[in-house]
Design a protein around this ligand. Structure first.
Ligand code: HEM
Length: 51
């Protein structure tokens, strides 16, 4: 997930978590707000500069 913030939009990251990609399974059973919360967490935690 290095530089995921620069490579993917929140929308695209959300789509990967929902539909899966490559060897990663999708998580369609999650509620939209649950996925959004995780995507937000991942994007903030992998950011190089803290805000
Ligand atoms: C809800 C839990 C999970 C979240 C939020 C999540 C999130 C993500 C994200 C955002 C990426 C893209 C990374 C990038 O482009 O740098 C990714 C990739 C990947 N994840 Fe997950 N993941 C989860 C669970 C899993 C599980 C359970 C597995 C394995 C069984 C897995 C295996 C992978 C693999 C293999 C990739 C690379 C996919 C590719 O080939 O493009 N992930 N994950």
């Amino acid at each position: 997930m290095i530089d995921i913030d620069d490579r993917l939009t929140s929308f695209e990251t959300n789509q990967i978590v929902r539909e899966g990609r490559g060897n990663m399974p999708g998580f369609e059973s999650l509620e939209g707000y649950e996925r959004s919360a995780m995507v937000g967490f991942i994007r903030i935690r992998t950011r190089k500069t803290r805000i």
